[in-house]
Design a protein around this ligand. Structure first.
Ligand code: ZN
Length: 513
C-alpha cells in the first residue's frame, strides 16, 4: 500500500472544547480516520454550531458501506483526558456516537482500571472534588448569611465587597464546570454538599458516565481499548503506512503532579507563578464536612492551642463576645475556605496533566503533528526523559523530544492556550520548523486568562501569523486570513491559504507531503 502523503486536520468551532477529526490519505484515497476528543465546556455553546451538527459532519466524512448500509466508522478514537470540554459529546443520553463503528480507543495509562498508580491518583482526585464542592457550597451560603444579616450594608465599602464575593464564587464555579454538571443520577452516594458520586468513581458522575459510555458502548470489544504508557512507539499500524506515532505523556513519575512552573528565570513557560500542595487544605475541609480521613487532620496547630467550637460556644467569655447573635455578621471561622480557588485550579491542572500527548509523524516527509491534549508543565517536561528507537533505511536511530519538536509542523495548542500548557524553552522554542501552524480551540469569556495573550503573541511569531482560533470572536480566523502576515513569503502565504478550508462549522488544514 502506498504511504500516507497527506493529512487533513479539522477543528470544530462549537465553542470552548476540543473536537479534532484527522483523515489520513494516500493520494486521493482516504485510508484512516482518527477522532481526538469531542466535548464542550459546561454552560457554553455557539448558537450556530450545536454539538449535534458537529457529529453529523463527522458522520458525513467517515461513513463507509457495510452490508449495503452506510455506517460511520473510526479507526481510532482518542480520549486525551477526563474533562467535560473533551468528552461531553459522549454523554450516554445524547447517543451522538452510538451508531459509530470504532475499531480502537486510545487512552492514557491514568484511565487504566488495572494500573495501581492510576487507582491512587483517581482516589486522590475524588477526595479533592468532594472537598471542592463542599467548600464552594459553604462559601456561597456564608455570603448569603452575611448578606441577610446586613453585613455588607453596614461595613465600609460593603457593596464592593459583596460584588467581589460574587465574582469569586462565579469564578470558582466556572472551574468546577470542567468536571461537568455535578448533580444528576440515581443510586449514588451524596457528599455532604449534595454532590453525587458513585463509590468508585473518579470525577463527577457525568464525566465518568461519558467515559464509561466510551469504554462500554463504543468499544466493540474490550481488547479494542488501549491504555498507553509514555515512551511507546507505534509503527506499521494497519491502515497507516509511512506513519509513526510517539506517546509522549502523561508521565509515570513525580512530574505528573507538576502543574506550575519553577520560580525565577528557570521557569518553563511564558508566565510565572508559585503554588503549594493543597492536600492539607483538602483534609481540613473533609474534616469539617465530616468525611473520614487519615491521621493528619489538616489542622495548622497542635491541640494545645485548640478550643473546639462546641466548647467555645459554652464558654462565658466567647458567649458574650464572638458568639453574641448581633456579632454574627462579622464571624470569620469559615474565611479560611477562601483559598478554595487555589484548590480548584490545582485540581484542574492535575487532571490536565493526565492528558494523553501524542506526536504523529509522516516519516518520509519528516513532518510531525503534535496533539498534547491539555498537558501542563510536568507532562511536557517528562517528554524529554524518553528516547524512541526507530528504524530508518534499515538502521536504528534514536529520536528524542527535541527532535520531535523540531519536526513539528502542526501544533494543537495545549489547554486552549492557557499560561501553563505550552512549555517555553523545552517546548515552543524548539518548534522551529518553517511550516509551523497552530490551531487553538477556545472561545472568549469562558475561562479567566484564556487565551494567554503573551503566548498567543509568541505562537504568532513562531508560526509567522499562521495561528487560527476556533470560536473566539476577538481572534476571528476569517479576519486572520484576510492579509498576508509580514513574516510570510508570498509563496508560503499562498500555500497556507490553498490548504485551509474555513466555514462556520470548522477550520481544516491539509498537510501535504
Ligand atoms: Zn480542555
Amino acid at each position: 500500500m502506498a504511504n500516507i502523503d497527506s493529512i487533513k486536520i479539522r477543528m470544530y468551532r462549537h465553542g470552548f472544547g476540543d473536537c479534532f477529526l484527522l483523515r489520513f490519505f494516500s493520494g486521493k484515497t482516504l485510508k484512516f480516520k482518527m477522532l481526538i476528543d469531542c466535548g464542550l465546556k459546561h454552560n457554553d455553546s455557539v448558537k450556530e454550531v450545536p454539538l449535534a451538527d458537529v457529529v453529523k459532519d463527522i458522520i458525513k466524512e467517515v461513513s463507509i458501506k457495510k452490508d449495503g448500509k452506510s455506517v460511520p466508522h473510526l479507526d481510532v478514537l482518542v480520549i486525551t483526558h477526563e474533562h467535560w470540554d473533551h468528552v461531553s459529546a459522549f454523554k450516554p443520553e445524547r447517543k451522538l456516537f452510538d451508531q459509530f463503528d470504532v475499531d480502537k480507543i486510545w487512552m492514557a495509562w491514568t484511565e487504566n482500571p488495572k494500573d495501581e498508580e492510576a487507582k491512587i491518583i483517581n482516589a486522590h482526585l475524588k477526595k479533592s472534588i468532594t472537598a471542592l464542592a463542599f467548600a464552594a457550597n459553604k462559601i456561597s451560603s456564608n455570603t448569603e448569611k452575611k448578606e441577610k444579616a446586613g453585613f455588607f450594608k453596614n461595613v465600609y465599602k460593603g457593596n464592593e465587597m459583596l460584588t467581589v464575593r460574587k465574582d469569586y464564587q462565579f469564578a470558582l464555579n466556572s472551574v468546577t464546570e470542567f468536571y461537568g454538571p455535578l448533580n444528576i443520577a440515581k443510586n449514588v452516594k451524596t457528599s455532604p454538599s449534595g454532590i453525587q458520586f458513585k463509590k468508585n468513581f473518579k470525577i463527577s458522575i457525568e464525566t465518568q458516565k461519558a467515559l464509561d459510555h466510551v469504554k462500554s458502548k463504543l468499544a466493540k470489544n474490550k481488547s479494542g481499548i488501549e491504555y498507553f504508557l509514555p515512551g511507546k512507539l507505534m509503527e506499521k499500524l494497519d491502515g497507516l503506512p509511512g506513519i509513526r506515532i510517539y506517546v509522549l505523556g502523561p508521565p509515570k513519575n513525580e512530574k505528573l503532579n507538576k502543574d506550575t512552573p519553577s520560580a525565577g528565570k528557570n521557569k518553563e513557560v511564558y508566565f510565572g507563578e508559585t503554588n503549594t500542595s493543597m492536600m492539607g487544605f483538602v483534609r481540613g475541609i473533609l474534616k469539617m464536612a465530616g468525611a473520614d480521613q487519615g491521621f493528619d487532620d489538616g489542622n495548622p496547630f497542635t491541640n494545645v492551642q485548640n478550643i473546639k467550637k462546641v466548647d467555645a460556644e459554652k464558654h462565658p467569655y466567647y458567649k458574650g463576645t464572638y458568639f453574641k447573635s448581633d456579632e454574627a455578621w462579622r464571624t470569620i471561622e469559615d474565611d479560611w475556605l477562601d483559598i478554595t480557588g487555589a484548590l480548584a485550579l490545582q485540581m484542574d491542572n492535575d487532571t490536565n496533566n493526565t492528558s494523553l500527548a501524542l506526536a504523529i509523524e509522516m516519516i518520509d516527509q519528516e513532518k510531525i503533528l503534535l496533539f498534547p491534549g491539555d498537558a501542563q508543565v510536568g507532562n511536557w517536561l517528562s517528554w524529554h526523559d524518553h528516547t524512541w528507537k526507530v528504524t530508518k533505511n534499515g538502521k536504528t536511530e534514536s529520536v528524542n523530544a527535541e527532535n520531535i519538536l523540531n519536526k513539528t509542523v502542526f501544533y494543537k495548542a495545549g489547554h486552549h492556550a492557557s499560561h501553563n500548557a505550552t512549555l517555553k524553552t523545552k517546548g515552543l522554542e524548539m518548534m522551529n520548523h518553517p511550516d509551523l501552524v497552530t490551531f487553538v480551540p477556545e472561545k472568549e469569556d469562558q475561562y479567566n486568562g484564556i487565551p494567554f495573550e503573551p503566548l498567543l503573541t509568541r505562537l504568532d511569531e513562531r508560526c509567522k501569523g499562521r495561528v487560527l482560533v476556533s470560536a473566539d470572536k476577538n481572534f476571528k480566523a476569517e479576519t486572520r486570513l484576510k492579509n498576508k502576515p509580514a513574516g510570510l513569503s508570498a509563496k508560503e502565504w499562498k500555500h497556507f491559504k490553498d490548504n485551509i478550508e474555513i466555514n462556520q462549522l470548522f477550520i481544516e488544514y491539509t498537510i501535504i507531503g
